[in-house]
Write a protein that binds this ligand. Structure first.
Ligand SMILES: [Zn+2]
Ligand SMILES: [Zn+2]
Length: 237
């Protein structure tokens, strides 16, 4: 994929050259779906609005989660991670775990008062987790993101008693499972593990069971030169 996220002359979705049309056309943004009148699109017909061009990863997470009807957070995360605007090891993984869990929680019948506001809060908090947290702290942004899901869902505040301990337990359970697999760290493996552990415990902690696949098969092994292959439980057989 030669998508030009850092190249203003190429499309961030397909890498095709950008063209300018006259007169201006009314088009739907290929990420957020909103309608705009503009003069710039790619030769394959992708129009990306100015707002989405600024932060395509975050907009892609928001757009997929708002539209998704999936009850399976692994499926939701896979759809997001398969987008060309989500690069390997990109910081957005720290939002993807929580956003996929919240979306699946809602789609499994869980009550979320204001889903879009909660989703935006999750995406914002995901950006608070440093890009290299794995290397700098020996933890995992994926596990922290499960904690973001918990704290947004439960509306955690500074005086909260039980919610805090539960959140710490969920993050600890994610970390324990992540620690069972050898390094180097992998954004996809941490994402799959944190989502699976939290989804498996969703009924216990939140009274809402979530669908997860019996076997998770990673589609991204070729994009990771450090992939531990058969030593990763998600390596496709
Ligand atoms: Zn394109
Ligand atoms: Zn847009």
């Amino acid at each position: 994929m030669s998508g030009g996220k850092n190249n203003p002359d190429t499309c961030i979705l397909c890498g095709a050259p950008i063209k300018v049309v006259h007169p201006a056309q009314t088009m739907h943004c290929a990420i957020c779906g909103r309608k705009y009148t503009d003069v710039v699109l790619c030769k394959e017909g992708h129009y990306i609005c100015e707002h989405c061009r600024k932060d395509p990863g975050k907009e892609m997470i928001r757009s997929i989660c708002v539209r998704s009807t999936s009850k399976n957070p692994i499926e939701i995360a896979t759809e997001i991670m398969s987008s060309p605007v989500i690069a390997f090891r990109q910081q957005e993984h720290h939002s993807i775990v929580a956003a996929s869990l919240l979306t699946a929680y809602k789609n499994n019948g869980g009550n979320v008062d204001d889903f879009k506001a909660s989703l935006m809060e999750i995406i914002k908090r995901g950006t608070h987790i440093p890009y290299k947290i794995q290397l700098e702290t020996g933890t995992s942004g994926g596990a922290m993101s499960a904690g973001i899901f918990h704290s947004v869902l439960t509306g955690m505040n500074i005086h909260n008693k039980e919610g805090w301990a539960e959140g710490a337990m969920i993050v600890a359970e994610c970390m324990t499972k992540i620690s069972e697999i050898e390094g180097p760290c992998c954004c996809k493996r941490c994402t799959f593990t944190a989502i699976s552990v939290t989804a498996q415990n969703s009924e216990k902690y939140y009274n809402v069971p979530m669908d997860i696949p019996e076997k998770i098969r990673c589609k991204y092994t070729k994009r990771n030169r450090d992939c531990v292959k058969a030593n990763c439980p998600y390596f496709p057989a």
